[in-house]
Design a protein around this ligand. Structure first.
Ligand code: D61
Ligand code: MG
Length: 412
């Protein structure tokens, strides 16, 4: 459904969408003049739409450190994700990557499109990295070293058990959480938050991605990318790829619901982590991706489309999340609302229905016990119909005026 159709169906998306458009334009204008910082920020906008905007609203000092942290790890991940590189070439690079970020001469050609440009001109990232403060450099190098070693381990090892799954997600996303908590603390604005809570922030985001991207990953050329743990999918099918075949639809959706139920385990920690943050810009930077994740899980749950194409939140809802996520009350509200949506989709014949419902009840209880639920706008309560008709009438009047004006101009 085109964007106009989506806006007509969800008129209260319009203003947040316009604000998002303006914010993106504004962010793109903020590109620093120095060539290497210019390259880093324009690359950030190209390789990560979702994180670029939330990184841009951080204070300068921290923003530069988080921008470089992102690009260094995205480059490391580009080596990991390039399934055309042989393991005996890839593994040594992943393990030594933490040393390469200090070497302006180091380059390794791999990846596609913008990711390839990031690799080919990686010297700009190293130059900027070497300009960061000592404590920022130390945190970034430490996490790069541990993530590279973890990625190398799983190049040669399959994700078998749920513990393997948590370990893999720790290496590629949990460690990002640990690193960010160190950068927040080094910037002097936040206390150092615990590794466990920081790890959960990463696991919730990564598991949501792994669930949403099932089809894209299993169809990856030349080699499938498989992150769903055998301990879960082997309860439903013989091979992981069997989930995408029509005849296995019922089993596939049950397996999907099992994976979503597993990801919900991290929500409590994430809410505690976000409630502990003091700086409003850091709060928004951490909270917006989390609200996007619970919204995406609510969309994926019990949804066969996950095995037919990539399921994504509509742009209007993304704009609303970015526009409306400012305080912890907004976060409790969003997690409560999306938990309601998820709960309304639980089919009592689903093998995990009880476990899913009890995890959702726990999340909703935490949100209610915050005592902040009534101070927010809702993601589920439909905007009032009177407002919609008024809006549509307004739109038609504006369009007809524009039309009349254009046709008048043409005849003159
Ligand atoms: C607070 C705020 C943001 C947080 C956080 C806490 C904790 C963790 C994360 C962000 C990371 C979440 C990762 C979820 C998306 N998954 C990926 O990007 C996978 O690659 C993982 C390895 C590279 C991580 C790069 C990264 C991502 C976000 C950052 C960051 C670094 C640094 C600072 C801020 C945010 C996924 O990649 C998909 C792709 O290639 O596009 C994969 O390969 O599995
Ligand atoms: Mg990867």
């Amino acid at each position: 459904m085109g964007s106009l159709g989506a806006v007509l169906k969800h008129p209260d998306d319009l203003f947040p969408l316009l604000k998002l458009k303006r914010a993106m334009k504004h962010a793109e204008k903020q590109i620093p003049p120095e060539p290497h910082w210019g390259f880093c920020y324009s690359m950030l906008h190209k390789v990560s739409r979702s994180f670029a905007l939330v990184i841009q609203q951080l204070d300068t000092n921290l923003r530069n450190a988080v921008c470089i942290f992102y690009l260094v790890l995205r480059a490391l991940d580009t080596v990991e994700d390039d399934t055309s590189i042989a393991a005996d070439v890839k593994v040594p690079i992943l393990i030594a990557f933490h040393r390469h970020i200090y070497d302006r001469e180091w380059h390794f050609a791999c990846g596609e499109k913008d990711y390839k440009v990031l690799m080919d001109q990686f010297h700009h990232v190293s130059t900027a990295f070497l300009e960061l403060g000592e404590s920022f450099q130390e945190a970034i190098e430490d996490i790069t070293k541990r993530m590279g070693a973890g990625m190398a381990k799983f190049i040669l090892k399959e994700v078998e058990t749920i513990d393997d799954y948590d370990e893999y997600c720790h290496y590629v996303a949990g460690l990002v959480g640990l690193g960010l908590s160190k950068l927040f603390h080094a910037s002097g604005t936040e206390d150092l938050l615990s590794d466990d809570l920081s790890n959960s922030m990463g696991l919730f985001l990564q598991k949501t991605n792994i669930i949403r991207d099932y089809l894209e990953d299993i169809n990856e050329i030349p080699k499938s990318r498989m992150f769903w743990p055998r301990q879960i999918w082997s309860k439903y099918v013989i091979k992981l790829e069997d989930l995408k075949y029509e005849e296995n639809s019922e089993k596939a959706v049950q397996c999907l619901n099992d994976m979503v139920t597993n990801a919900l385990m991290h929500v409590e920690d994430c809410l505690i982590y976000m409630a502990a943050l003091r700086d409003p810009a850091i709060f928004r930077f951490c909270a917006i991706p989390q609200v996007m994740a619970i919204g995406t899980l609510a969309l994926c749950y019990n949804n066969i489309e996950v095995f037919r194409g990539v399921v994504k939140m509509r742009r209007g809802l993304t704009a609303k999340v970015i526009d409306q996520t400012k305080t912890i009350a907004d976060v409790y509200g969003a997690f409560f609302d999306f938990s309601c949506i998820l709960k309304s989709k639980v089919d009592m014949n689903d093998p995990n229905a009880e476990k899913t419902r009890s995890r959702l009840n726990a999340i909703q209880k935490t949100c209610r016990d915050s005592g902040l639920l009534n101070q927010r706008k809702s993601y589920v309560v439909k905007s009032n119909p009177r407002y919609n008709t008024a809006f549509i009438v307004m739109l038609i009047i504006i369009l007809s005026v524009i039309f009349a004006y254009l046709s008048a101009k043409r005849t003159n």
